[in-house]
Ligand binder design. Structure first.
Ligand SMILES: [Zn+2]
Length: 79
């Protein structure tokens, strides 16, 4: 019997918000994404392996890993 297993990464855009970029220093729109990773069997995610958050600066294009709290702060405009 053939079993296909592997890891599945999925990314979801949570929104855009104005925040200071740690890379270029500009206050520009940051795209906040949640990245999820899961162990999958037959391409179906079975075991979630946690999620991480990232912010991508629309001015310079750099992506920064952020915590879930920072993602909430950026999206609520308090960052
Ligand atoms: Zn930037």
């Amino acid at each position: 019997m053939l079993v296909i297993f592997g890891f599945k990464n999925s990314s979801r855009n949570l929104g855009l918000a104005q925040a200071a970029c740690p890379h270029c220093g500009n206050r520009a729109a940051q795209r906040v994404d949640r990245n999820k990773r899961a162990f999958s069997v037959f391409f179906i995610p079975i075991i979630p392996l946690g999620s991480s958050f990232s912010a991508t600066c629309t001015a310079c294009g750099s992506t920064t890993k952020i915590s879930g709290d920072q993602a909430d702060q950026i999206l609520s405009g308090a960052y």
